[in-house]
Design a binder for this molecule. Structure first.
Ligand SMILES: Nc1nc2c(c(=O)[nH]1)N[C@H]1C(S)=C(S)[C@@H](COP(=O)(O)O)O[C@H]1N2
Ligand SMILES: [Mo]
Length: 486
């Protein structure tokens, strides 16, 4: 009995799998739905037990995304390789090199088409997969694949180079959305924020400039939407269901506003908090056109990535359907072409890639609530200690953002004796808006390493709670405390 495939076949099949993935990326760019990898990744996330998803996001953050992405890469390459192996086995019977190349490319293309329903994805994958088979066939002497050690190494090297090239082409083919939005006002607001910001080493601007706006979502690869065909539907308990195109949304009143976002999964002194200038349609302009009549006075926002989040209708009032960020169209990672901004509520209510606003008769759990989070309510009050600037003479300026959603920040205090005595910190002038953070700073004279504690008072006069809780399930609480050296 002869084996149906050899070690060389296996090597070539894995190479075909790798280049099928790279070819797919090169053909369609990084667009979840049109990548076999993107579909497999979504399936992996869906199949993962909720507790594990929660655990990995809580403890690993973006490393969690890398883990499921790595698993998805392995599964996708494996599936393509298995199909390629089948192609090679067929070709071995037919005993021609051309058969090996076409059978492999053809079966891989069929698989890619079956998964993505995208002809371009099928062509990219198929061509990618046939390349290593063709290389191997050309370098083999007989009618079937047969590689010596040196040729195997050459194959691995050229496949790696081609995979890198394919990914680079994919990056180029991923559309950038960079058109100006919101007129001249966003620019003026960005300048005003830059002027108002404190200048302390390591402290970003009031609109995040030194580091990009944080990003949290359930996708390793963001959904690709076209502004020309994207719509936002109004459904459910409403007098008449409606559908808004982006053009219709943008024809409604436009507003530019500062808005801060903070993820409920942020650490107490973490950096999943940022502010941008957003351009969009006030949700009231939209809600005025429909008559919500659900019994629970609650809404479900749904998004192109399957994400959904449910919260009281009252929270959506005063919100924004944003299509611009910092004067440009929304970047893909922040929800292009449109996202919701819900003033003062945890980040998870701010659905990106928004496709549907459904008025409900009965409250049901959204994506994160099904996994045990309780992150649809108003944010906790926090003052963070992010920046330490040493002046070299024992004096140290400490600074950070302070945020309490729509309650606003009235006061930030600093203590160097574990909360016995407190000193008022300086605060930046409040930027206009209902949901914007402020920055605080204080200069301290320190003899040696000192534990600095900081706490905020919100606009209603309520002191930030001292009791410490971790972010799961309803957001971190406690006073930030950090050791500072002069
Ligand atoms: N469609 C969709 N919207 C989403 C999410 C998501 O996974 N999918 N994540 C939410 C969470 S948990 C947060 S904290 C904010 C983060 O917004 P940002 O990535 O623009 O900072 O988006 C929210 N909107
Ligand atoms: Mo979040």
């Amino acid at each position: 009995m002869t084996r149906s495939f050899s070690r060389d076949d296996a090597l070539v099949a894995v190479a075909a799998g790798v280049l099928a993935v790279a070819g797919n990326v090169a053909a369609v760019g990084f667009a979840t739905n049109r990548l076999v990898l993107g579909r497999v990744d979504a399936a992996v996330v869906n199949a993962t037990p909720p507790a594990l998803v929660t655990f990995s996001i809580e403890t690993l953050g973006s490393t969690g995304h890398l883990l499921h992405l790595a698993l998805a890469v392995a599964l996708t390459v494996g599936a393509f390789a298995a199909v390629a192996l089948g192609g090679l086995a067929v070709a071995r019977r037919a005993e021609t090199k051309v058969a090996a190349v076409t059978a492999t490319g053809g079966t891989v293309a069929l698989l890619a088409y079956a998964v993505t329903a995208t002809p371009l994805a099928a062509i990219g994958s198929g061509v990618g997969a046939s390349v290593p088979v063709a290389i191997a066939a050309l370098r083999s002497s007989g009618s079937t694949v047969d590689l010596d050690r040196r040729r195997s190494i050459e194959l691995v090297a050229s496949v790696s180079a081609l995979a890198a090239l394919g990914s680079a082409v994919g990056v180029l083919r991923t559309p950038e959305s960079a058109a100006d939005v919101g007129g001249s006002e966003p620019r003026e607001m960005l300048d005003a924020a830059a002027t108002a910001s404190f200048d302390v080493d390591g402290l970003g601007g009031l609109v995040s400039t030194r580091r990009a706006h944080y990003e949290v979502d359930i996708n390793a690869i963001d959904p690709s939407r076209k502004a020309a065909t994207h719509t936002v539907s109004i459904t459910g308990a409403v007098d008449a269901e409606r559908e808004f195109t982006m053009a219709q949304l943008r024809a409604l009143p436009t507003e530019n506003r500062y808005n801060t976002l903070r993820c409920v999964g942020d650490d107490l002194n973490g950096e999943k908090i940022d502010t941008a200038v957003w351009t969009g349609t006030p949700t009231d302009a939209l809600l005025d056109q429909v008559e919500p009549q659900g019994d629970c006075e609650c809404v479900m926002l749904r998004a192109a990535d399957g994400y959904h989040v449910q919260f009281p209708l009252a929270a959506l009032r005063g919100g924004l359907l944003a299509y611009g960020m910092n004067g440009k169209e929304l970047p893909k990672g922040h929800g292009f072409p449109v996202r919701a901004l819900v003033p003062g509520h945890w980040g998870e209510t701010n659905a990106k890639w928004l496709t549907e606003i459904e008025f409900l008769d009965e409250a049901v759990d959204g994506y994160w609530e099904k996994k045990g989070w309780q992150g649809t309510g108003p944010v906790e009050t926090v003052a963070k200690l992010h920046a330490v600037e040493r002046h070299g003479d024992g004096r140290v300026t400490v600074a950070g953002p302070a945020y309490a959603g729509t309650r606003g920040i009235d006061r930030v205090e600093v203590s160097t004796d574990d909360g016995e005595t407190w000193t008022d910190a300086d605060l930046t002038e409040p930027l206009p808006g209902d949901d914007v953070w402020r920055q605080w700073k204080a200069t301290l004279d320190l003899d040696g390493p000192t534990e600095v504690v900081v706490r905020a008072t919100d606009g209603t006069g309520r002191l930030q709670p001292r009791e410490e809780s971790r972010s799961y399930p309803s957001g971190p609480t406690g006073w930030v405390s950090r050791e500072v050296r002069p």
